[in-house]
Design a protein around this ligand. Structure first.
Ligand SMILES: C[S@@+](CC[C@H](N)C(=O)[O-])C[C@H]1O[C@@H](n2cnc3c(N)ncnc32)[C@H](O)[C@@H]1O
Length: 198
């Protein structure tokens, strides 16, 4: 077993009071793509243990910012601007928490429990990324931004095409803090314009 306690990002996260080292992936995505510009409301999918949620709360306005976070695992983060829904994305009803308006940014770091069977893990990751996209269709405002994780594999081209049909531009990023053996990649879609409305 590898000892992740020696990992510099893990040490830094502990020192800076973040729940997980994943925060540095979102930080890099943000530094490169400025995903929080003008953002007031965020949907954070696959939020546990909560480091992306913490980062969002730091980036949002202290008065009218809002994060709606979803996960099957609990999070410890507490903030008056945070609504945490302890449910699977497949079952959660976000509408009562978003109201009539829509969100400015959807971020999904959702990942399946890996089985070690490559094709199976890639398929599960594709399912979660597709559910995150469906959430954008319902709750992301026109012109909004979508950040989503996918395990590299057969479904890459199909997912990339789907995003290019609904966002412009679409960029790909593999943050420096991604573990070397990891197959994950992030898509950043901006300027949401659903295909159906084009
Ligand atoms: C890599 S972790 C997210 C880390 C988080 N972004 C952070 O910074 O703390 C992936 C998360 O996806 C969640 N997840 C997996 N399947 C899910 C589902 N069907 N619905 C909601 N969350 C799910 C897992 O419970 C896990 O907490």
């Amino acid at each position: 077993m590898r000892n992740w306690n020696d990992d510099p990002y893990t040490k830094r996260a502990r020192k800076e009071n973040f729940e997980a080292r994943s925060v540095y992936k979102l930080e890099e995505i943000d530094k490169r793509e400025r995903i929080f510009a003008g953002v007031k409301t965020v949907l954070d999918l696959g939020a546990a243990p909560g480091s992306w949620t913490q980062y969002c709360l730091q980036k949002l306005s202290k008065t009218d910012g809002k994060v709606v976070a979803v996960d099957i695992s609990p999070i410890q983060v507490q903030d008056p601007r945070l609504v945490f829904l302890h449910q699977p994305i497949e079952e959660v009803d976000l509408s009562p928490h978003i109201g009539n308006g829509k969100v400015d940014l959807v971020i999904s770091d959702m990942a399946p429990n890996t089985t070690g069977i490559h094709d199976r893990d890639v398929a599960l990751s594709f399912e979660l990324a597709s559910l995150a996209f469906n959430t954008c269709e319902k709750h992301l405002k026109l012109g909004g931004t979508f950040v989503v994780k996918l395990f590299m594999g057969d479904s890459f081209e199909e997912f990339h095409k789907l995003l290019k049909e609904n966002f412009s531009p679409v960029r790909l990023l593999r943050p420096d803090s991604t573990r070397k053996h990891s197959r994950e990649i992030f898509f950043i879609g901006k300027g949401f314009k659903p295909k159906a409305q084009k």
